[in-house]
Design a protein around this ligand. Structure first.
Ligand code: TGC
Ligand code: FAD
Length: 395
């Protein structure tokens, strides 16, 4: 029998030793983003959430310097990092707040990716370097008041007028809408769905913020109004003319959420663990009661399972084998389990769990948006259902 080395002691903060499955470069990127979140986001985000005001412009510049805006894209000032490295960054950003991960997702995976994948060389040169640096902010207008899960029913229309296009319609729930320098707007045309690059200030293009949100409060959410907006043909994304255009961008952002949701869950698990070890009731820390240990054990398991699933999808993305239905499984599983972790954490904190002094209820409320946007849990279950049964159930 050969002698085997004793496995290293289990570390509660990395129970399954997933760290060892990362490369040095991936760990470096993860640690850099984690330190940024710890120094810049964590001390302030409770106040941003409470007031509903986030210094998004300043943050965009800082995130640009950090190198996370469009970090998985190649060229045009983007970092060209791996999908796994991008995922790790999303995890750390969302451990700060889903709104910060959203800022990065919408910029890099939706607005920049749309231009990078489907835009002309001129559009790429004009927008991508500034967007990667955080000097220009982008938004992505797909959802409408009457077209959410079913974007194919959108009413925003673009009609030709000589060499120009005239856009009319309304987009709803658009992250970064009012603070954007450029909006990627999807519209029906006689030839199918097209994307348009609409600079802020174009006559007829206005925005209005959505208030009274109880979730994603550290994020700007707006309505976009397009009233006879005239654009040259050079503003149209030339390389796509169907719903495949916007849906391909959603794959990128949904992939980031697979990782990000684990970050929110980890932050709540860590808050609950530390609270349970310190909070004394009946003369003992509540962490010493079996029922609380059961909850903590389930939370730790969920965080580790979610990380492994995200890492597996990351490796598939980097190998070029990741399909949209894989991303659907990741988003469905990880957001659902993150919600469960955050709700359990909230209860472990007792009354303290309802205040912004702790991160838990903020994450829990944020995840109510995360489970809805980028395809609801139902939509992702139906994508998986269609793949395994061969029967579409959307209609
Ligand atoms: P369907 O007929 O299935 O497809 C139409 C065309 O699109 C192609 N396609 C995809 N391509 C790439 N990636 C995907 N995931 C794709 N899914 C479909 C398909 O092959 C076809 O291509 P072609 O070449 O034949 O034209 O479309 P459908 O109308 O039946 O809809 C399918 C469904 C329901 C899955 C889709 O509409 C959907 O995903 N709905 C959910 C909408 C959604 O997720 N909206 C998100 C808006 S953005 C947002 O929420 C940002 S939140 C901020 C943040 O991220 O932080
Ligand atoms: P609906 O589609 O009306 O769904 C309502 C309910 O019906 C859901 O439970 C849904 O699962 C269910 N349902 C719908 N269809 C079916 C079906 N076929 N079978 C079974 N059940 C079904 N959009 C953008 O374009 N850009 C953004 O930047 C953006 N940012 C957002 C930020 C926030 C904070 C939020 C909350 C949303 C954002 N969205 C954005 C919009 C988001 O993508 C939509 O809310 C989402 O796609 C769902 O659409 P809906 O809200 O209209 O719900």
């Amino acid at each position: 029998m050969t002698e085997t080395a004793t496995p290293a002691k289990t570390r509660p903060e990395d129970f399954l030793a997933i760290d060892r499955m990362l490369s040095d470069e991936e760990r470096d990127i993860r640690d850099t983003v984690r330190a940024f979140v710890q120094d810049r986001i964590v001390p302030e985000v409770g106040d941003w959430f409470e007031t509903g005001e986030v210094p998004a412009r300043e943050l965009a510049l800082e995130l640009g310097k950090l190198g996370v805006l469009g970090m998985h894209l190649e060229g045009y000032g983007c970092a060209g990092a791996s999908g796994t490295a991008y995922g790790l960054a999303c995890l750390e950003l969302e451990a700060g707040d889903s709104g910060i991960r959203s800022l990065v997702s919408v910029q890099g995976s939706l607005a920049m990716f749309a231009i990078w994948r489907w835009g002309s060389e001129e559009q790429k040169q004009e927008w991508l370097p500034r967007m990667a640096a955080g000097e220009a902010i982008g938004c992505f207008g797909l959802t409408e008041p009457d077209a959410g899960s079913d974007p194919g029913s959108m009413r925003t229309r673009a009609r030709r007028d000589g060499d120009d296009w005239i856009l009319n319609g309304q987009k709803m729930w658009i992250t970064n809408g009012s603070i954007s320098d450029v909006a990627v707007v999807w519209a029906q045309t006689d030839e199918g769905v097209s994307g348009f690059v609409v600079p802020a200030g174009t006559p007829g293009f206005t925005t209005q913020d959505i208030h009274k949100k109880l979730s994603l409060r550290a994020s700007v959410t707006s309505e976009l109004l397009l009233d006879d907006v005239r654009l040259p043909d050079s503003a149209r994304l030339p390389e796509v003319g169907s719903l495949k255009g916007p849906l391909s961008c959603l794959n990128e952002a949904r992939y980031g959420i697979v990782w990000g949701a684990v970050g929110a869950a980890r932050a709540c698990y860590e808050a609950a663990l530390s609270y349970a070890k310190e909070r004394v009731q009946f003369d003992k820390p509540i962490a010493s009661f079996q029922i609380q240990q059961y909850k903590l054990a389930k939370m730790a398991t969920a965080v580790n399972q979610g990380t492994l699933l995200a890492l597996h999808l990351g490796r598939m993305k980097d190998a070029g084998t990741l399909r949209p239905e894989h991303v659907s499984m990741g988003k469905l599983a990880n957001v659902d389990s993150a919600l469960e972790v955050c709700r359990t954490a909230r209860q472990i904190l007792g009354a303290n769990g309802i205040t912004l002094e702790y991160p838990v209820i903020r994450h829990m409320n944020n995840l109510e948006s995360v489970v809805t946007y980028e395809g609801t849990a139902d939509v992702h279950a139906l994508v998986i259902g269609e793949t395994i049964t061969g029967i579409g159930a959307f209609r």
